[in-house]
Write a protein that binds this ligand. Structure first.
Ligand code: T5A
Ligand code: NA
Length: 211
């Protein structure tokens, strides 16, 4: 059977090191000769992405429901690209995905089930890695506090909802793994590689759907 590329999502609180680690992971996969594409959500380059960017920088205000739907629409914009890449044998890494969408909006008080609905039937990852860090440790890292959601109490509640999501999707057969992101960069890189390596040569079977 021909294998397709693996779909790997990296999630975590703000400043947990997602961008650092997704870049390192891409480099490691490429060094192993695996064709790899890295996608970051929100993708701030599209028209929808620019609205999201302006909202996150507090340059514009939007109703909580509206911004939630824009984040989801921003994923749908790239859903067919992700599928094509996977089918063509490319491994896709996403820096944040639907799980961030739910965690952040539900933390603002929107109903959990409502938050999940617009992302239903997006491609599901083969592996979701959750970078775990305390809000205190995240705060001590560079750049914290520049954007809208970067407040300690918000991050704490986001962390709790991520926990619920992890338990839920794991029970539905999506692999959700917590990685201690409070360690040194190299250690976190090694831990992530240990989980990704078995998928690097590709995955059998069709692309699954959320949820
Ligand atoms: N959002 C997002 C929603 O509300 N709904 C959605 O659907 C989606 C997709 C922007 C916001 O949007 C929200 C969530 C966010 O609040 P973003 O663009 O991903 O999302 O945010 P960024 O600001 O780009 O990224 P983060 O703040 O989340 O940072 P990262 O990517 O987790 O962390 P990174 O790698 O940039 O590292 C942060 C700092 O720590 C250092 C780095 O050098 C850097 O200075 N660092 C370490 N320091 C010590 N030890 C380590 N192991 C380190 N690793 C990195
Ligand atoms: Na951020």
């Amino acid at each position: 059977m021909v294998k397709r590329g693996a779909f790997i999502v990296i999630e975590g609180l703000d400043r947990s090191g997602k961008s650092t680690q997704t870049s390192l992971l891409r480099a490691n996969l490429e060094a192993a000769g695996i064709p790899t594409e890295l996608i970051k959500f929100p993708d701030r380059t599209t028209a929808i992405g620019q609205m999201i960017d302006s909202y996150l920088k507090s340059q514009s205000d939007l109703d909580d429901h509206v911004i939630h739907l824009l984040f989801s629409a921003n994923r749908w914009e790239l859903a067919s690209t992700i599928e094509k890449l996977l089918t063509s044998g490319t491994t896709v890494i996403c820096d944040r995905y639907a799980f961030s969408g739910i965690a952040f909006s539900a933390s603002k008080g929107l109903p959990y089930e409502w938050c999940r609905a617009p992302d239903v039937s997006l491609p599901a990852p083969d592996l979701a890695l959750f970078l775990q860090i305390t809000p205190e440790a995240a705060k001590a890292r560079g750049g914290y506090g520049e954007e809208r959601y970067e407040r300690e109490e918000m991050q704490r509640s986001v962390g709790e909802i991520f926990h619920r999501i992890g338990a839920e999707i794991a029970s539905e057969g999506v692999r959700w793994v917590a990685v201690d992101a409070g360690h040194e960069r190299d250690q976190v890189e090694e831990d992530i590689w240990m989980f990704v390596k078995p998928l690097a040569q590709g995955v059998e079977g069709p692309i699954r759907r959320l949820w």
